[in-house]
Ligand binder design. Structure first.
Ligand code: UDP
Length: 412
């Protein structure tokens, strides 16, 4: 096993072939010694942190001086930004003067503490979005929004627009999230790191040991969902689907979640689920990356029954492990799962239940879908592709921070 921090693009050659690696190295040549800073709002617990931890290492390995900073804030601030997150995904928000004041003041404080003289600044999601107001711009600023923006709350979006408009480029996960804004918009789907603790190969013994540590029974097929405790992930719906499915097949449900530091609602959602706990319904709130890996590998079926999802890293992680995923027919998941080929897309609890039963009963179908799923991730959702998207974007900036051209994104 290679130390994770030493992973280089060459290590991906076994998955993506030598041509891709050569192309990436060529694209990186003009960027050596470039300094890049990423700013988000949590070191762990969600997809953004997951992406940044791998991508920043890989970029440094290529000679691009890439930093990752996290903004600090009081609980009030994160409660407001979580409400904003929810509203961007379509919920209502009561956007008071006080909320706006706290939001902008905390971001201002962070701007005072962060001296940014990098060649490229990448701001992730709404939490640090207004930072751009507090600097004299000396380089291109990119806003990378990871949220499902298919139906953003209009009032909130029109407030945030004043900041978004100042950026030199905006990156969303899929074209459907495109907005009416002046900065150029690009669409990069996230990707996974096959060498991380979460995704690396595990032996059967390692899997068994990890599951045993949490007393997870392996006598019956495991139905698993791994997600932050968040209403958009529909944990209630997962439990209901499981209860319907087990009338026909014996199985155990494991709902594993964590609570990100920038997500104050998680604890409450977790508590609200506990009354469902029983011998065959295991609900765990833990930050254990190796457990995520073990569960995604051992599961007979993985669910990601989201009702909004910018892009589901958990979906790609399970698919990479050859496990069929039943995903909510929403947002980015629709670009990850091809229904009936490398997984299933579902729009209701009943449909999810029916697919759980079907997959548990049909090993041949599971094996076939699992193989297709792994191949999909190999071709489209490995970190090298995401890295290349960024290299293309960096290379496209002119001296006046405009884009010379819109980098086109290819998969294979
Ligand atoms: N995750 C984890 N432990 C948990 C729940 C989630 O490590 O208990 C990880 C998960 O494996 C994935 C990330 O957090 O890498 C979640 O990313 P995703 O895009 O699925 O959803 P987000 O949380 O960003 O909405």
């Amino acid at each position: 096993m290679i130390d994770h921090y030493r992973i280089s693009v060459e290590d991906y050659e076994r998955f993506v072939g030598p041509q891709v690696i050569e192309r990436i190295k060529q694209k990186a040549k003009t960027l050596t010694d470039l300094s890049v800073v990423n700013i988000n709002s949590t070191y762990y617990g969600g997809g953004v942190a997951e992406l940044l931890s791998s991508l920043t290492l890989l970029m440094n390995n290529l000679g691009i001086k890439t930093e990752w900073r996290v903004i600090h804030g009081c609980p009030d601030f994160f409660s407001i930004t979580k409400k904003m997150h929810n509203a961007l995904q379509g919920a209502d928000i009561n956007l008071t003067e006080l909320k706006i004041q706290i939001y902008e003041e905390v971001v201002h404080e962070n701007a005072i503490r962060n001296h940014l003289d990098h060649d490229i600044v990448i701001i992730h999601d709404p939490q640090p979005l207004p930072m751009i107001n507090f600097y004299k711009k000396k380089s291109p600023w990119i806003w990378r929004c990871h949220i499902d923006l298919s139906t953003p709350n209009k009032e909130l979006w029109s407030y945030l627009l004043q900041f978004v408009e100042k950026y030199d480029a905006v990156v969303f996960s899929i074209k459907e999230y495109e907005q009416k804004i002046s900065p150029p918009q690009l669409f990069f789907m996230p990707a996974i790191d096959p060498f991380s603790i979460k995704n690396r190969e595990l032996s059967e013994e390692e899997i068994n040991n990890r599951l045993a540590r949490y007393n997870i029974p392996t006598d019956l097929p495991l139905v698993v969902q791994v997600s932050r405790f968040d209403r958009w992930k529909d944990p209630e719906g997962v439990i209901r689907a499981f209860k319907i499915a087990r009338k026909e097949v014996d199985c155990t449900l494991v709902l594993l979640g964590n609570v990100a530091t920038d997500d104050p609602e998680g604890e409450e959602i977790y508590q609200s689920l506990l009354s469902h706990r029983e011998e065959r319904i295991i609900i765990l709130c833990r930050q254990d990356t190796a457990l995520v890996n073990a569960l995604q590998r051992r599961a007979t079926v993985v669910l990601q029954k989201s009702i909004r999802e910018g892009f589901g890293l958990t979906v790609a992680e399970a698919m990479w492990k050859g496990t069929p995923v039943i995903g909510g027919n929403v947002g980015g998941i629709r670009y990850q799962i091809q229904d009936g080929v490398n997984g299933f897309l579902v729009s209701s609890v009943e449909e999810a239940a029916q697919r759980i039963v079907q997959l548990i009963k049909d090993k041949k179908l599971r094996d076939w879908m699992g193989q297709n799923a792994r191949e999909t991730v190999r071709k489209r959702f490995l970190m090298t592709r995401y890295l290349e998207n960024y290299l293309d974007l960096f290379n496209a900036f002119e001296a006046n921070y405009r884009l010379k051209y819109y980098p086109s994104v290819s998969f294979e």
